[in-house]
Design a protein around this ligand. Structure first.
Ligand code: ZN
Length: 460
């Protein structure tokens, strides 16, 4: 009970503000917090239940509403709660009916079992064989465009090409995925950056490492915190992309961003692994295989999503995707295939390294991460992955040298310096660990309040 009422009250007020703004996860956290401090408060509990409802946690919400009726049966909140319970039940029964109908239609229209040739759901998973997609209960997705200032070659029409591509994907999902455009990167689920050049394609003799688009998910503790799409405005020959070309790149990167993290092996599909390099003038369109794949994806239960409370998909994941070991082995084969098709991109080798890493084959992971680093020194992700693979194979000397390089390159990055300090600590070089962390805090004051950093400092 070590908390002043005013303090709880602030959380309660903040929760209500978040709730009104539609930031239901933040609202949920606030209400959960104040409710823990004061479980008898029916206002707290009512808002908590509402925030669960907004996050599609229908059963949890219902049980909170039931508790309100139990605690204060004659209150207005109890009356509202009983109405809410009956709404939930009506909604759930309608939903169930809709799903069953949907599933039947789907079974008839597509032979989704047995990996027939009309989808590539197998390849859609991320490198670890996981389903990473947005929760349909948390729509609309918030989309943010960084101002394209300084992006030479940028055309005003690129934005509408991008949105046309997104509309094409979302129309396939019939309302399961929707979006709106927001004004800050902070509140965005997906942020879009137009940039003259994503990777340094001059570094390999000019003909090699060109990347037209790049989609990156941000995953923290099994939560999909957001995603970023980078789109090149200039081609290696220094001309800008045509509208059709921009559409083609955007629809491919959006496919990744919506959860198709791998590639199709059929060249006509927009998610084909070679579409990175072939951007002809002709506008591409979603094939039946692309459409089937995304439809199946949004019917499988995600392993990682943007909320912890996720609606169950109505397809049986293991029946469609096989065991997790099977999935990882298939991802390895896909990555090997991709390296053959796109050998000049560091991303191919990084991906192959990741596939080996996930299978705990650290020696092969190291070999491939090294190739990625060689191809493009500016991509620090590959080097960080290499450092982690060295740690896994207990090669601490090499791990230290990688993280030393990274910490020097980006002195404000918490993960780089923290890993370096941890490695020093493991080698009983506590003095070096301390120096590393202090330098980090000097360069990035936020690091001082990081739990991991604080803990390590205490133990030195
Ligand atoms: Zn791709």
């Amino acid at each position: 009970m070590g908390i002043a009422p005013a303090f709880s009250y602030d959380y309660y007020e903040s929760g209500k503000i978040y709730f009104e703004k539609g930031s239901y996860y933040k609202a949920y956290r606030c209400f959960k917090y104040v409710l823990e401090k004061d479980p008898q408060n029916i206002n707290y509990r009512y808002y908590y239940a509402q925030s669960l409802l907004k996050r599609s946690a229908f059963e949890d919400a219902q049980s909170e509403f039931e508790k309100i009726i139990e605690i204060a049966p004659y209150s207005d909140e109890a009356l509202l709660s009983s109405q809410a319970i009956s709404d939930i039940q009506t909604f759930l029964s309608q939903k169930k009916a809709y799903r069953n109908k949907n599933l039947e239609e789907f079974k008839q229209s597509s032979s989704y079992l047995g990996f027939s040739s009309n989808n590539y759901i197998d390849n859609a998973l991320n490198q670890a064989g996981k389903i990473v997609r947005w929760n349909t209960g948390s729509m609309p997705l918030k989309l943010y465009f960084y101002p394209p200032s300084g992006a030479s070659g940028y055309r005003e029409s690129y934005k509408s090409q991008f949105l046309a591509a997104l509309d094409d994907w979302s129309s396939v999902l019939k309302g399961d995925v929707s979006y709106n455009i927001v004004n800050s990167a902070k509140e965005a689920d997906i942020s879009v950056i137009f940039t003259p050049q994503i990777a340094d394609f001059s570094s390999n003799g000019g003909k090699t490492g060109f990347i037209a688009g790049l989609a990156t998910p941000f995953i923290e503790k099994n939560l999909l915190k957001g995603a970023q799409i980078k789109l090149s405005t200039m081609k290696p020959n220094n001309t800008s992309f045509s509208d059709n070309e921009m559409y083609n790149v955007a629809i491919h990167e959006l496919g990744h961003c919506l959860g198709i993290w791998g590639h199709s092996s059929e060249t006509e599909d927009v998610m084909s692994s070679v579409s990175h390099s072939h951007h002809d003038m002709q506008k591409q369109s979603l094939t039946e295989r692309d459409k089937n794949t995304i439809k199946i994806l949004y019917k499988l239960t995600p392993d990682i999503s943007n909320t912890t409370i996720v609606e169950d998909g109505n397809f049986d994941n293991s029946k469609i995707l096989g065991s997790s070991q099977d999935r990882m082995n298939r991802k390895l084969n896909e990555a090997k295939d991709y390296v053959k098709k796109v050998p000049y991109s560091y991303l191919s080798w990084k991906q192959l390294g990741d596939a080996y890493f996930n299978l705990k084959n650290y020696n092969e992971a190291i070999t491939n991460y090294k190739k990625a680093v060689e191809l493009d020194e500016t991509q620090l992700d590959s080097r960080a992955a290499l450092g982690i693979a060295y740690i896994q194979s207990e090669n601490y000397v090499n791990a230290i040298s990688e993280f030393k390089y990274l910490a020097e390159k980006v002195p404000s990055n918490i993960a780089y310096s923290y890993n370096l300090a941890l490695l020093y600590h493991r080698k009983n070089q506590n003095y070096m660990a301390e120096v590393t962390l202090k330098k980090l805090i000097k360069n990035n004051p936020d690091a001082g309040s990081n739990d991991k950093v604080q803990n390590l400092l205490k133990n030195l």
